[in-house]
Write a protein that binds this ligand. Structure first.
Ligand code: 0A1
Ligand code: ZN
Length: 863
């Protein structure tokens, strides 16, 4: 009999930050020649190489999944060897030309890394390590080269041929083929390389830069999608103008192209002069995109455009520095979006997203600092921590240095490092040198993981008219980091008089050590503490404030974020009380919501955010042991109370926000948002006509925000209108992939008890596919984020998710790995659920041919 105890494949070795060494060889220029075809593409590449390290070291080039056909040095057959995936060429000297020819198979590339096919379009994705799947090259971001690219392809299948930089030549070839040549004058790392070939049409426009140069803009899509590109184009032009105004940064090529593709692992990619986008972040029209989709399109277009400076002109030395470009660029896109509409609402949305994804990441087995120390697979580090906590850390410097000081710092950073591959340290140093400040201790934010906990207590000495604010911080242990040092925490603080409502103080306090006492004089009445205003630091604040204090702040604080925060805390305290005690007094929340709803001075968009209940997952994050059923029951009960007790107000608001013609303006968006929030409270409160109102809204809607809003409300209900609306939605949008994604996700996010069964059935729907990341995220990602559905007590949710991870891993490891984190939260659940979650993680780990991506996430999750 065969021995079934097969040896476990050796665990893949991690790459460590401390092992960074400069490259042995540089590649000042590369000429690429692509003979394109979906089944087979030939890639000839000629590198001019220069020795940068020790004499005698051979040239080592990364490769992956390449069929090697030829290697030459200075035109003559070369002496080479393959060491695993690596090509080693001996006898190479500085100045030599090293030529390789390889064959690749774009149509068989299901990982969507390197050159792949998406709906008849050939496109590339090279960040982080995809270029090695196109040709042999030192695939690391500190090797910068000038690129020339020649492409030839069938003219009927691929009439448009695009690459980085400027077009320099094109023409017809025999056999129905044609060619195009592109030249990028800016040296760049290979992760910024891109090409696209396809039957595309462009929405074309122009932008004149501040120095008077004209840039040709093109947004390339499938011909039928052209009418949906106007919003993206407007956002692009607004971003270009904004970066000149706010950061003094001008675009540097004559051409800027964007291409939208349907199969894409992430949101979009900032390839030099040729951004490639997931189509969901380009295409928008009122009938198919919600207001949130419109905002996301503008935000991602801006993000990728801003990378031209923060990422491309100044790039990263190694992947441990990823947050150098990502944290800074997210901060820039957040500032941009804040400037386009309501800054307060944008801040609330950003903080909500941070708390929903980054806080749990920072509190779990996958916690890592924004500058990690090691990784097994770099794709796993495109995380909310690197991006969003990274942005918060940049924002804290902005807060401490002020807008002008921060700008002095960024000017110096760009001046010093333009054309270079830089480090996070270089950024902080530029901030220090431009402002004459010492950020030594602040650097800890780059090195330490975990969300700091700040305890704030306020004592009032009536006789002395003095308030004492005591602040303490603790940074929790995280994997590999048992003990932490205190970090500088900038806290915007204000005090309000209990009786008069007067604002006594409004300051920025930087908590430097473990504890600090701050004294406020001239305070003649009991003060109420408003702290971490604007969410000035990415921390958890525990301040001992009564329901009355929170209600006061929710109605009176002049900082809109703090006002929102007070309401959230009041709701959270009430919900946690209800979970602990079985019931809670919903009176204070009802009163606070009533005041907010009736305040004529408030922006409807803000009201809609402020009255929204914390999510089930966020409530769970506040509990030592998550009890999904108790959370669901308590939250639904409070929603029902609010819906019923304030029915009159919800009805009035619903009527007042009913518009009959779509308009894309901040005011109209706010009205739409509040409208669906009101509808959902009416439904929660049991209003008899709520389902009919929802169906009416669904039918009458002239825009996707109202239609999807109504559908979302119905989908949680047992009303007969539910099935009819789902069917109507499907019929109307059959064939529109981005909208059918919504149809899948709205069902996966339903709070109904049958959601698990529905999702399993939908996984067999003919429109479901594991190979499209958007579709997968819509159904399986939605399900994994649905606390009640995933955590059903019998463990069937975990089993289903693990089955999906294993199936997807065979096709697309990056996307599979992104589904793992919810299973890694087992420590926060009861023993029965925890055992079941661990059993599924172990089952995944035992699978044959597991990718590095999934191996890393699962092995770390098991801890
Ligand atoms: N740099 C991109 C993110 C990105 C990373 C990897 C990708 O391929 C798998 C794609 C995009 C950004 O920040 O937008
Ligand atoms: Zn980015």
């Amino acid at each position: 009999m065969l021995d079934v105890q097969t040896t476990q494949a050796a665990a893949p070795a991690p790459t460590r930050r401390e092992d960074y060494r400069p490259p042995e060889w540089l590649v000042p220029s590369i000429d690429l020649d692509f003979d394109l075809g979906a089944e087979r593409t030939l890639v000839r590449s000629r590198l001019t190489v220069e020795r940068n390290g020790a004499e005698g070291a051979p040239l080592r080039l990364d490769g992956e999944n390449l069929t090697l056909l030829d290697v030459r040095v200075n035109g003559a057959p070369a002496d080479y060897a393959l060491d695993g995936d690596m090509l080693i060429v001996e006898g190479v000297n500085s100045g030599d030309s090293v030529e390789t020819t390889v064959a690749i198979q774009p149509a068989a590339n299901t990982q969507l890394m390197g050159l792949y096919a998406s709906g008849g379009i050939l496109c590339t994705q090279c960040e982080a390590e995809g270029f090695r799947r196109i040709t042999f090259f030192p695939d690391r971001p500190d090797v910068l080269s000038r690129y020339t690219v020649r492409m030839s392809a069938d003219k009927a299948l691929y009439p448009v041929l695009l690459a980085n930089g400027d077009p320099v030549g094109s023409g017809d070839l025999e056999g129905g083929r044609h060619y195009a040549e592109w030249n990028d004058p800016y040296p760049k790392p290979c992760y910024l390389f891109a090409l696209v070939a396809g039957d595309l049409q462009a929405n074309r426009d122009r932008f004149v830069t501040q120095s008077g140069r004209t840039v040709d803009l093109g947004i390339w899509v499938r011909p039928e999608d052209l009418p949906k590109t106007h919003h993206a184009m407007a956002a692009l032009k607004a971003s270009m103008a904004w970066d000149e105004k706010v950061y003094g940064r001008e675009y540097d090529l004559d051409v800027f192209n964007i291409v939208a593709v349907s199969d894409f692992n992430f949101g979009a990619m900032e390839n030099k002069g040729l951004n490639i986008f997931n189509s969901r972040y380009i295409l928008a029209d009122p009938d198919t995109a919600t207001d949130a989709d419109y905002d996301a399109v503008a935000g991602v277009v801006a993000h990728e455009y801003f990378h031209n400076w923060s990422g491309n002109r100044v790039t990263c030395r190694d992947w441990f520095q990823l947050s150098l470009k990502e944290g800074f660029t997210v901060f820039r896109d957040q500032q941009f979006s804040a400037d386009q509409g309501s800054a307060a609402v944008k801040r609330i949305e950003d903080v909500r997203a941070l708390r929903a994804i980054q806080f749990p990441e920072d509190a779990g087995p996958l916690a890592h600092p924004i500058r990690p120390e090691s990784y097994i697979e770099i794709s796993n580090f495109y995380t909310a921590t690197i991006y969003d906590k990274g942005a918060e850390i940049i924002r804290m410097m902005h807060t401490m240095l002020g807008g002008e000081g921060f700008r002095r710092g960024t000017d110096l950073y760009f001046e010093r490092h333009d054309g270079e591959a830089a480090t996070c340290e270089d950024f902080v140093k530029a901030m220090e040198d431009a402002n004459g400040v010492d950020l030594s201790r602040f650097r800890l934010w780059y090195a330490q993981a975990g969300t700091p906990r700040i305890t704030a207590s306020l004592r009032h000495d009536d006789a002395a008219g003095r308030a004492h604010l005591t602040l303490e911080q603790a940074v929790p242990p995280t994997p590999g980091q048992d003990s932490k040092q205190p970090m500088p925490v900038p806290l915007k603080v204000a005090l309000f008089g209990d009786l008069t409502g007067e604002k006594y103080a409004d300051r920025l306090i930087v908590l430097e050590g473990v504890a600090q006492e701050v004294i406020f004089d001239g305070i003649g009445e009991r003060p109420i503490l408003s702290i971490n205003r604007d969410f000035s630091a990415p921390v958890i604040v525990e301040a001992d404030r009564s329901a009355g204090d929170l209600a006061f702040l929710s109605a009176n604080d002049d900082n809109p974020f703090a006002r929102y925060e007070a309401m959230q805390q009041l709701m959270l305290d009430t919900l946690l009380g209800a979970i602990r005690n079985g019931a809670a007094d919903s009176g204070p929340v009802t009163e606070a919501v009533r005041r907010t709803l009736s305040d004529p001075n408030l922006d409807p968009a803000f009201i809609a955010e402020a009255v929204l209940m914390p999510s089930e997952a966020f409530i769970g994050d506040q509990m030592e042991m998550v009890d999904p059923n108790a959370i669901h029951i308590a939250r639904e009960a409070l929603r029902a109370d609010l819906g019923a007790d304030l029915e009159r107000l919800w009805r009035d608001l619903y009527a007042a926000t009913t518009a009959n013609r779509f308009e894309y303006s901040p005011a109209a968006k706010g009205a739409r948002r509040l409208r669906t929030v009101a509808l959902s409270y009416l439904m929660a409160g049991g209003a008899e006509d709520a389902a009919a109102l929802a169906r009416q809204q669904f039918d009458a809607a002239d825009n996707m925000t109202d239609r999807q809003g109504a559908l979302g409300v119905l989908v949680n209900s047992d009303a007969p209108e539910r099935e009819a609306a789902l069917a109507a939605f499907y019929d109307r949008y059959r064939g529109n992939a981005l909208v059918i994604d919504k149809w899948f996700s709205v069902q996966a996010l339903s709070t109904r008890p049958d959601t698990g069964a529905v999702v399993k059935a939908l996984a067999d729907h003919p429109d479901f596919t594991l190979s499209n990341p958007n579709r997968l995220r819509a159904l399986i990602g939605g399900f994994a984020a649905n606390q009640c559905a995933l955590h059903v007590a019998d463990g069937s949710g975990y089993r289903f998710l693990a089955d999906m991870i294993l199936a997807v891993d065979k096709l697309n490891p990056q996307t599979a790995a992104r589904l793992v984190p919810p299973l890694g939260r087992w420590r926060r659940f009861d023993a029965d659920r925890a055992d079941k979650m661990k059993a599924e993680l172990s089952r995944i780990l035992a699978a044959d041919d597991l990718s590095k991506d999934v191996f890393e996430q699962v092995s770390k999750s098991l801890g």
